[in-house]
Structure formats: structure tokens, C-alpha cells
Design a protein around this ligand. Structure first.
Ligand SMILES: N[C@@H](CCC(=O)N[C@@H](CS)C(=O)NCC(=O)O)C(=O)O
Length: 217
């Protein structure tokens, strides 16, 4: 089955499926959505993904798969990104849930409303900035303590769970978090970036932009 992956610029969630596909060799067309211009609120996109967010993987029969971590897992199937042991797979679920609830949920909005699009921040959202930073730092502290004793997120080495946790953690500095305070996370970020198939976010997203838009047109 062929599939189309919808992503957007600068998104720590959007790079997860792209990182997984690069490693596994999974093939899919990529469509870039201009979230800031409201592309994910257009009826055409809501007909594809009623949740109105990216990333989203649409199959050629019209069905689809949402949630960055689920899409990354799907595209990683059959590769060394899937932990080999039962414990490794369970640890992957544990940390992918943690990423969505303790890390992404705080780092993503504070980065968006202070760095990506401060002009869009309402007073209520600005009032949340210190809360997001406090909660995000709690999550980073827990991750840092874990990575002080573990090279990667699961006991089976570099995996799709590292990709999931990496998505927004490595962008935390743009949300006002001081990653220098987290020495184990900083060392792990280097290990992820040291993978042979690694490409940084600007290359993964911006580098493919023109090609894939032309292909999809
Ligand atoms: N939990 C979802 C979050 C998806 C999400 O919020 N995506 C953002 C970009 S990172 C988005 O599409 N925002 C557009 C909007 O809310 O209109 C995931 O991990 O995929």
C-alpha cells in the first residue's frame, strides 16, 4: 500500500516519521502543510484528517494513521528501530507516552508561542509560559536521570523511542529551556545525531520541500 505523509515546517512531531522512514527505508510521498497559514484548518485537509493536525499518514484507500509516535512506529516496522525484546518494546511505549504527556505537551507550546509565532499568543497562553517551563523542566529532569544510566531510551539500543523522545527534546532550547543543565540528555542528543542516517530538522523538512511538493502536485 502506498501512503502520503503530511508534515509541517519546524515541527518536532513531523520529523519523527521522517527519521523512522530514513532508517527503515519505508517509502511514502510527503506533503507539506503551512500550519501558520491555516492549511490544517481547510476543509480539504479536515476531510483527510478530521483532527486537523500533522503529522498524518494517509493510505491510498483513504484510511489513515494519526499521532507522530504511532506513525513513526509503523514506518519503523521491519527495521532495527523496533526493540528486539519484550522489555525493550514495553520501555518504548513507556517513554513514548512520557514524551507526549511530560515533554512534548510542555516544550511544544512554549516553543511555539515564544519562538515560532509569538504574535499568535493570547494573554492566556502567555500566562501559561512559566507553567509549561516548570512542567517541561520536571519532565527533562526525569529523562536526564534515566539517561545518566542508559545510553538509549530502551535496553535494546537506538530505537524508534529515541526518535520519539528526540523530536521535541532536542528543540527545547528554542522554548527557553537550558539543555546545558541536562548533561545526560545533551550526551544522548549527540548519540542520536551521531547515527549514520541522521539528518537535522532543517534538512529533513526544508530540504525535501520543493521536491515533494512538485511530486505531489
Ligand atoms: N499528539 C500529536 C500532536 C500533533 C500536533 O499538535 N501537531 C501540530 C504540529 S507539531 C499541528 O498540526 N498543529 C496545527 C494545528 O493545531 O492547527 C502528535 O504527536 O502527532
Amino acid at each position: 500500500m502506498t501512503a502520503t505523509l503530511y508534515v509541517t515546517q519546524g515541527s518536532g512531531n513531523s520529523i519523527k516519521p521522517l527519521m523512522a522512514a530514513r532508517r527503515s527505508g519505508a517509502q511514502c510521498a510527503v506533503r507539506y502543510m503551512d500550519v501558520l497559514a491555516g492549511a490544517t484548518r481547510e476543509p480539504e485537509y479536515l476531510a483527510i484528517n478530521p483532527q486537523g493536525v500533522v503529522p498524518y499518514l494517509q493510505f491510498d484507500d483513504g484510511s489513515g494513521l494519526g499521532e507522530s509516535n504511532a506513525i513513526a512506529w509503523y514506518l519503523a516496522e521491519g527495521s532495527d528501530l523496533i526493540p528486539g525484546s519484550a522489555l525493550g518494546r514495553a520501555q518504548a511505549i513507556r517513554w513514548m507516552n512520557f514524551e507526549q504527556t511530560a515533554l512534548e505537551a510542555n516544550i511544544s507550546p512554549v516553543r511555539f508561542f515564544t519562538h515560532i509565532a509569538p504574535q499568535l499568543a493570547s494573554d492566556d497562553q502567555l500566562a501559561m509560559v512559566p507553567v509549561w517551563r516548570e512542567q517541561g523542566n520536571k519532565g527533562l529532569t526525569i529523562l536526564d536521570a534515566y539517561l545518566a544510566h542508559n545510553d538509549f531510551v530502551t535496553c535494546d539500543g537506538y530505537s524508534v523511542a529515541d526518535i520519539a523522545v528526540y523530536g521535541y527534546t532536542h528543540l527545547a532550547g528554542e522554548g527557553g529551556f537550558d539543555l546545558n543543565e541536562y548533561t545526560a540528555i545533551s550526551a544522548w542528543i549527540e548519540r542520536v545525531a551521531g547515527q549514520a542516517d541522521y539528518q537535522p530538522i532543517d534538512v529533513l523538512l526544508d530540504g525535501l520541500d520543493r521536491d515533494t511538493l512538485e511530486k505531489a502536485a
